[in-house]
Design a protein around this ligand. Structure first.
Ligand SMILES: Cc1cc2nc3c(=O)[nH]c(=O)nc-3n(C[C@H](O)[C@H](O)[C@H](O)COP(=O)(O)OP(=O)(O)OC[C@H]3O[C@@H](n4cnc5c(N)ncnc54)[C@H](O)[C@@H]3O)c2cc1C
Length: 290
């Protein structure tokens, strides 16, 4: 299918793009990688009258690693994050998780900003960024604001981005020493969106006890779900298979996923438990090695 007729603008600077958003308001849509928007336009699920193609905004394409934070520009492509040696060194969760996004063709065009703004609850980036405690910076002609993922994701495909805003960057705090990460997902075929995905971060003290831990699930609700009830059980203890299994068993009472054509609610709950255990164990093992 082909999209409905639209006007096309290709601004060269962020300011120009923001002015276009002010001018066209709800009639306009930002296009970055086009990997979600264009299929939706082709199926006529989206019919913007004006397309603002931000692919020439080179100022939004960067990866910067400082002593305290990783900064990724909104227009940075998935493959750039996946292939960054610097990212792999300081935050291997991102490297591992990017490889799970669709196929290499999608990762060569899809952008960090587009995936986060699209807010699919089974997408890898929202779950990874929530696990990592990332913040999201949005710019409009009125200025910039920075918010947490918790404030950003509202429900399925819905965020707090205002009509006049562009997602310009993601900031991820660098983890302390002895932090291990893991991400894993259940898909029907390689490259598909996940039925359920889980990501975890575990930080150990020098004597091997859990100092901090985060567990986040995707595919069980409209937004990434943090399960602090599970990770709180681990704090101050030396983690082992039994402890992790016991703390994850309560997940069946903590999540209430909607059934769909791919999986019943009960099956999704089982997947949540299996994948939560798996990523917590893997993150713990990696924390010991770092
Ligand atoms: C076959 C296929 C398989 C896929 N599999 C996966 C998968 O397994 N996991 C996964 O996570 N994704 C998957 N995707 C989606 C892919 O990751 C997309 O790249 C991503 O969802 C959207 O990024 P984009 O840059 O292409 O955004 P676009 O499609 O250009 O835009 C998506 C939405 O975000 C808005 N937007 C874009 N950029 C910005 C910005 N900077 N500021 C504000 N709003 C913005 C647009 O207006 C639009 O509403 C798949 C896509 C395809 C086609």
């Amino acid at each position: 299918m082909k999209p409905a007729v639209f006007d096309y603008h290709s601004p060269l600077e962020l300011e120009e793009a923001l002015n276009l958003l002010d001018e066209f308001g709800y009639d306009a849509k930002i296009m970055s990688g086009g990997q979600s928007l264009i299929p939706m336009m082709n199926m006529r699920l989206a019919r913007p009258l004006v397309l603002i193609d931000i692919n020439h905004l080179a100022e939004l394409n960067y990866i910067r690693v400082t002593d305290t934070v990783i900064q990724i520009g909104g227009l940075t492509r998935h493959y750039q994050v996946e292939e960054s040696n610097e990212i792999e060194r300081v935050c291997p969760l991102l490297t591992e998780g990017m490889k799970l996004i669709g196929h290499s063709q999608i990762r060569s065009r899809g952008t960090i900003g587009g995936s986060v703004a699209h807010a699919d609850p089974t997408a890898e980036l929202p779950v990874m960024l929530t696990t990592l405690g990332a913040t999201i910076t949005l710019a409009s002609s009125e200025g910039v604001r920075t918010i947490t993922t918790d404030e950003f994701f509202l429900t399925y495909l819905t965020t707090t981005i205002e009509m006049n805003e562009i997602l310009v960057s993601i900031d991820i705090p660098l983890p302390p020493a002895r932090t291990g990460y893991a991400i894993d997902e259940f898909t029907l075929r390689k490259g598909d969106f996940a039925i359920v995905l889980a990501a975890a971060s575990v930080t150990l003290s020098e004597d091997g006890k859990v100092e901090a831990a985060t567990l986040c699930l995707g595919g069980v609700d409209g937004v990434p779900v943090l399960l602090n009830e599970v990770t709180d059980e681990l704090i101050g203890k030396v983690p082992d298979h039994g402890l992790i299994a016991e703390s994850c068993n309560q997940i069946a009472d903590l999540v209430d996923p909607e059934p769909d054509i791919h999986a019943s609610s009960e099956y999704r709950k089982d997947l949540c438990i299996t994948y939560a255990k798996r990523v917590l164990e893997r993150a713990t093992k990696r924390a010991i090695q770092r």
